[in-house]
Ligand binder design. Structure first.
Ligand code: AMP
Ligand code: MG
Length: 397
């Protein structure tokens, strides 16, 4: 067995960022910027009002109430025509530009209007409720540095700045195939010995959740030629391929046999539980992750190796999920076996701390318990930990 650090270093060394591409902002959610984004415009582009109300000269409000002549109404999207002179005001709507002469806004709730005259019932400071030009972003500012993962908010800012295209690392196309003669996926009657394919749906969904582009390569029988064809095609069509099953020591583990022949693979037995076996290598330069078949093992292996490697290929600066410190809400027992254990737990926030509780059913075939958990507790080799002890936690989402 090798330490997880060695396995991860081997994977990460071979998962390098793809060349940057020009991406439409509409397609950029979850991608990583490949350039510094600099503002070519200011935000807001002009001084405007944060409130519906009246644009006034603050010096006119020395004593209140005061009556002012209303010279016009300014709607958002329209330019003021009149300037505001002494004793005057303009009715103004949120987002509309501030008229010349005015230096403050009085919110409509503090006014009463009668024909062409408004009575102002509150004194306000100069600049009240005015959002100056460039308040949020000034032209020339570095808005987001290279390596920023684009969230909904970032995309909104790009739109605010009028940017329709941006240089990003390309969204990775990641193929997923299941292998095994026992697997069916048609929802029909199960023949003796058959089970339903769950890994493919799980892995495709994990990929979507992590902003990769999942590609379904199907369910492949334990047949050497079928596996070779599927792998060759997948490696050609995709930026990376994930297989599950067929990488253990079984007699019909053809994935291993085929990858040995057509790929440049390393077979690893990693000192972790679950997910001890991992095949990783390349076919014609395309990274291939041969994950174990047991459903929980395949998910944990995805989390620890595939997700990190793929995120590195997609330009993430911190591709590996950092552990946070949590507290065991109950004892998490285990036996000494030379491995790090990743225990399925439910993590909850209690009094400012992350407290974790084990879920029942820690077998690597027990997918339902994985689905019920939201985190993995990292238990170093040894006898586990007592309730109240601190431990590392990987929050899955
Ligand atoms: P293998 O690595 O092929 O020996 O598979 C290990 C275990 O995982 C066996 O019990 C398989 O039936 C099961 N398994 C393999 N692939 C899948 C899959 N796609 N969905 C659900 N179970 C699977
Ligand atoms: Mg199998």
């Amino acid at each position: 067995m090798i330490p997880i650090e060695e396995a991860r270093a081997y994977v990460m060394d071979r998962c390098v960022p793809q060349a940057a591409v020009e991406t439409n902002v509409a397609d950029a959610l979850g991608l990583v910027t490949a350039v510094d984004v600099t503002a070519t415009e200011s935000l807001p582009p002009f001084a405007n009002t944060a409130m519906d109300g009246f644009a006034v000269r603050s010096a006119d409000l020395g004593t209140i109430p005061v009556q002012l002549e209303v010279v016009e109404t300014i709607a958002a999207g329209h330019s003021p025509v009149q300037s505001v002179g002494p004793g005057q005001a303009s009715r103004i709507m949120t987002g509309a530009p501030i008229p010349d002469g005015a230096d403050a806004i009085v919110m409509v709730e503090k006014t009463s209007i009668d024909g062409e005259t408004v009575t102002i019932e509150a004194q306000v400071e100069r600049g009240n409720h005015i959002r100056p030009a460039g308040d949020d972003v000034s032209k020339g500012d570095l808005v987001f540095p290279i390596g920023t993962r684009l969230t909904a908010g970032h995309l909104g800012v790009l739109c605010s700045l009028g940017l329709q295209e941006i240089q990003t690392y390309p969204r990775l196309r990641v193929g997923v195939m299941s292998t095994g003669d026992e697997l069916v996926d048609d929802g029909g009657h199960l023949e003796p010995g058959q089970i339903r394919d769950s890994n493919r749906r799980t892995l495709l969904s994990l990929l979507s959740g992590d902003a990769f582009m999942p590609v379904d390569l199907g369910l492949i029988a334990d047949d050497e030629q079928a596996i070779e064809e599927a792998l060759t095609q997948g490696a050609h069509d995709c930026d990376a391929v994930i297989t599950s099953g067929g990488v253990s020591m079984g007699d019909f583990d053809y994935v291993k046999k085929v990858l040995d022949r057509i790929g440049d693979m390393r077979w690893m037995q990693i000192a972790i539980k679950p997910a001890k076996p991992l095949a990783f290598g390349t076919i014609s330069g395309t990274p291939i992750f041969g994950l174990p078949g047991n459903p929980v093992s395949s998910m944990v292996s995805y989390e620890l190796f595939a997700r990190s490697g793929l995120r590195s290929m997609m330009g993430f600066k911190e591709p590996i999920r950092p552990a946070i410190k949590g507290i065991a809400g109950e004892a998490l027992g285990r036996r000494t076996d030379g491995k790090i254990h990743y225990a399925r737990v439910i993590a909850e926030h209690e009094n400012g701390a992350t407290v974790v509780y084990p879920v029942s059913g820690q077998g690597s075939h027990m997918l339902a318990s994985m689905a019920r958990s939201n985190a993995l507790a990292v238990l170093p080799d040894g006898e586990g930990c007592e309730a109240g002890e601190q431990l590392d936690v990987l929050l899955l989402n």
